[in-house]
Design a protein around this ligand. Structure first.
Ligand code: ZN
Ligand code: ZN
Length: 345
């Protein structure tokens, strides 16, 4: 049978269904795995996404023509049965399952296997062909349990608070910020969120995700109010005038990339916390094996290494060239736009 999904210049295309998945150029019909800016682009005529992500998609893309599916709900389009399944990456993130004439393909979008309190846990979806991300697809990428990282962050914050200086933690505003909020010990001091993160916090809370109380900088009347605070800010806030109010402070960056030697230094921060919303190498392998797929197609990240490894393990593996970024980092422009809207609201 002909391939159910092919790579076109606009994006991944479901041939019998005549629609795209996370296309990077404007198209008629797009199924969107999640609202990170490299997967959810503006300009499509029709969007389909998982219901828990709807509010975030609209925040980021405006008044789009959006249909939603509950997780596991089925929809038939041009003979293709479409359903969306939790990817465990960010709120509303989904794997796309496509079934046509008895053959099943799954497009993973971005995913993470370790469950966290801020989104539905990754679900294994058996399939014949699995199109997987590989953002951290090198054997060196192995994560510690998130609980250990949250403990490290809390200890760093506690020590700073004891010394009377603010702790500024840079992280991506959508997904990472909420995961950190839900994981840390929120009793140490006040938590202050940059507008870019707070906008997302509000949507998470509305979606039933419990997060500790957060303040915005304007809630703090005097500089002394920042002394014991944890400040959550997007990377784009680093070095901006917004930062000046905190005075002397300790800063840190939370990202999977912090595992790389030099990444922390390049960021010019005091601490790096290795915390990713993507599967690590063992996680990618576990997820791929669990699908039972005989054929694997790899997208973004270290596709060559991953494809070779899969081939050596007797899978039919190849790669799709895509225009997905390696992290939310590539999407600071989108964050900045939201931050700008916030600060001028
Ligand atoms: Zn993503
Ligand atoms: Zn991605």
């Amino acid at each position: 049978m002909a391939d159910l999904v092919v790579a076109r210049k606009e994006g991944l295309f479901c041939v019998p269904g005549q629609f795209y998945i996370d296309p990077w150029q404007p198209v008629e019909r797009a199924v969107i795995t999640h609202a990170h800016a490299d997967h959810a682009r503006p300009g499509h005529a029709h969007y389909l996404a998982a219901l828990p992500g709807a509010a975030i998609l609209k925040l980021r893309l405006g008044d789009i023509n959006l249909d939603t599916l509950a997780y596991c709900e089925r929809l038939s389009h041009n003979g293709v049965t479409i359903s969306l399944h939790p990817a465990g990456h960010v709120l509303g993130s989904a794997q796309v399952r496509l079934e046509y004439k008895g053959e099943v393909w799954v497009v993973s979008g971005d995913y993470k296997l370790e469950p966290d309190g801020t989104c539905d846990a990754f679900e294994t979806v058996p399939c014949d062909t699995f199109i997987t991300e590989s953002t951290f697809g090198l054997p060196i990428y192995r994560w510690q349990p998130a609980s250990a990282i949250f403990k490290d962050i809390s200890e760093w914050w506690r020590r700073n608070a004891e010394q009377g200086r603010p702790s500024v933690l840079f992280c991506y505003a959508f997904g990472k910020a909420q995961r950190i909020l839900s994981g840390i010990d929120s009793t140490i001091g006040p938590i202050i969120c940059h507008g870019a993160a707070e906008t997302l916090n509000r949507i998470y809370r509305k979606g039933g995700i419990s997060l500790p109380a957060t303040l915005s900088v304007s809630d703090v009347n005097h500089k002394s109010g920042f002394r014991e605070a944890l400040v959550i800010a997007p990377p784009s806030a680093a070095g901006s005038p917004w930062m000046r109010r905190f005075g002397e402070h300790s800063d840190a960056f939370a990202s999977g990339w912090m595992l790389l030697r030099g990444a922390r230094r390049r960021r010019g921060v005091d601490r790096g916390f290795v915390l990713s919303d993507h599967a690590d190498w063992p996680g990618l392998m576990r997820a791929i094996t669990a699908t039972g797929a005989q054929r694997v197609i790899v997208t973004h990240g270290h596709v060559d290494v991953m494809v070779r490894w899969l081939q050596e393990n007797s899978l039919n593996a190849s790669a799709f060239e895509t225009e997905y970024g390696t992290d939310e980092e590539d999407n600071t422009a989108a964050n900045e736009a939201i931050a700008f809207k916030e600060s001028h609201a």
